[in-house]
Design a protein around this ligand. Structure first.
Ligand SMILES: [Zn+2]
Length: 166
């Protein structure tokens, strides 16, 4: 783990020297697993390089959720308040709330699109299984009152039809 942290810091220094396209931002990726010392060392070494933002890496790799949250908590105190904080590869809707509460700003996760491809919509009222026969003649939007493109243009019945017809 220490070798990987040191390698990432070396790469970050090399990356920092490279030319950028206009408007391009570059983030440092903090490693260190669930080790408090390595997370601190990794964060401090990358903050010195003055990146545009900081990513927390090495989470969303199959670790239990308490370990993921601990890795974020171990890292956050060393991140500059005026730079974006990005947690790589996370998370579920509930995890996003937990991560925002821990000072994180940015996320990326395949979960919403993966479940959507398989016929489930994520709504404020929970998961909505579009393939369900209950939606066959349900002409409401996915989410009442939502202004998104899907909710403004497609009913649950039409979305169910799309899944049924492949
Ligand atoms: Zn919507």
């Amino acid at each position: 783990m220490r070798a990987a942290v040191e390698r990432t810091i070396r790469w970050a220094r090399e990356c920092r020297e490279q030319p950028r396209a206009p408007g391009q931002l570059v983030f440092g990726i903090i490693q260190g697993g669930c080790h408090a010392t390595l997370r601190e060392e990794s964060a401090r070494a990358l903050v010195v390089l003055d990146f545009d933002g900081y990513a927390i890496g090495g989470v969303s790799v199959g670790e239990p959720e308490p370990d993921m949250l601990r890795a974020v908590e171990l890292t956050e105190p060393f991140l500059p308040a005026n730079k974006s904080r990005y947690v790589m590869g996370l998370g579920t809707p509930a995890q996003l709330v937990e991560l925002v509460a821990r000072g994180m700003d940015m996320f990326d996760c395949v979960l919403p699109t993966r479940v959507a491809r398989n016929g489930t919509a994520v709504t404020t009222k929970g998961a909505l299984c579009l393939k369900s026969a209950a939606n066959k003649a349900d002409f409401r939007p996915l989410e009442d009152g939502c202004e998104c493109f899907a909710c403004r243009n497609f009913s649950r019945a039409y979305l169910r039809h799309l899944f049924q017809s492949g």
